[in-house]
Design a protein around this ligand. Structure first.
Ligand code: CP3
Length: 347
């Protein structure tokens, strides 16, 4: 019998090993496509109450592990809990998404709390992590996460999701000092938040930069690459053995060199890049994660099988963690998730 720690496949991939079958997990694997998630969410009352209820948040995190036997569980929480912990108002409008109080002036920024205060709000999240480390099967890896500073800032500035991140771009062009002060506050808070998740038992952390693709050229370097590098360096200084996954979604050519520029152990790919291109230009530098289009979880069938096989094959000569290119959507069919997993594991 091998030691359980050494057999955790995701940790082996993150350490650079090429495995015969890639380990697999799925963004938003605990979500509304699962009836058991909807039942627990109803029990909690609403989404934020679920995030802040350690027993129920741990329960929904475990549901997809029980149903599918994924190789990793991702902590159930949200990237917008950090703005809330910094003092922003946060609520979710059914059918529309998140809403926050906006930050567009120095006086809005001045009322934010100091970084040390975040744990007052986020303690229940660390409690969820502790429960999960006790209850997860020995072979499953626990992934913690946070939003990247740019993506979190886009919500804090606009007060909601935006198609083109216009308000955040306007602030960085119109008042760069305020914009950078906000990014610095989020960066510092993210370092403390992820450190606390690691202290509580997270074995890997992932930094979600969902809107990295709207930063171009020098702005991509300054506001996507640099904050990710700063967070990664701070975590590596404290926890040298904890792997970091970076997800600069829709970065395109910005994926090239992202491992080296940020120090992350793995780069997560969205499905706008072809696996063959990414194998040649990104995986050559280290582990990659991805990148099946989440629409296949709705449509299923032979195209799901063909595309899954093509991704496994393209990345078979290096370290790879199979995943979707973005989160699974509420209209997905749970049977298609089983088909994807069977296809990956059949080799
Ligand atoms: O992947 C996981 O299962 C872990 C948990 C997780 C959630 N959100 C749960 C969630 C993670 C890692 C996130 C990240 C997140 N949250 C991102 C970055 C990744 C991405 O998807 O691009 C962003 C931008 C958010 C902000 C956010 N949270 C939005 C825009 C929404 C509303 C959209 C929607 O799907 O309704 C959420 C809500 C949210 N976060 C849900 C879940 C499961 C749905 C809430 C519900 O049950 O109604």
């Amino acid at each position: 019998m091998k030691d359980a720690v050494q057999t955790k496949t995701i940790l082996r991939s993150l350490a650079g090993e090429t495995l015969p079958t890639p380990p697999i997990w799925m963004m938003r694997q605990a979500g509304r496509y699962l009836p058991e998630y909807k039942a627990t969410r109803a029990q909690a009352g609403d989404f934020l109450s679920l995030c802040y209820n350690p027993e129920l948040a741990a329960e929904v995190t475990l549901q997809p592990i029980r149903r599918y036997g994924f190789d990793a569980a991702i902590l159930f929480a949200d990237i917008l809990l950090v703005p809330q912990a910094l003092g922003a108002d946060l609520w979710f409008v059914t059918g529309e998404g998140p809403r926050l109080s906006t930050i567009t002036s120095q006086s809005d920024f001045d009322v934010l709390k100091p970084v040390e205060a975040i744990h007052d709000t986020l303690n229940p999240i660390y409690e969820t992590v502790k429960i999960l480390r006790r209850e997860l099967p020995a072979e499953a890896t626990l992934i913690g996460f946070a939003g990247a500073p740019w993506t979190v800032a886009t919500y804090m500035i606009a007060g909601q999701g935006t198609p083109d991140q216009g308000p955040a771009h306007a602030l960085r062009e119109g008042n760069v000092a305020l914009f950078e002060a906000l990014l610095d506050r989020i960066t510092a808070a993210t370092i403390e938040y992820l450190s606390a998740q690691i202290e509580a038992g997270a074995e890997v952390v992932k930094i979600f930069d969902s809107w990295a693709g709207s930063l171009k050229g020098d702005a991509f370097q300054k506001y996507a690459v640099a904050p990710c590098a700063e967070i990664t360096a701070a975590l590596k200084a404290r926890y040298p053995n904890i792997p970091v996954i970076g997800f600069p979604r829709e970065a395109g050519d910005g994926y090239v060199g992202f491992h080296a520029a940020t120090g992350v152990d793995c780069v997560a790919l969205d499905n706008s890049v072809s696996p063959d291109w990414a194998a040649a230009h990104v995986q050559k530098d280290g582990c990659v994660q991805g990148n099946l289009a989440s629409s296949h979880m709705v449509t299923g069938g032979q195209s799901l099988v063909d595309e899954t096989r093509a991704i496994v094959k393209a990345f078979s000569n290096g370290p790879h963690i199979f995943n979707l290119g973005h989160g699974i959507t509420p209209d997905a069919d749970p049977e298609n998730v089983s088909l994807m997993i069977e296809t990956v594991r059949a080799g």
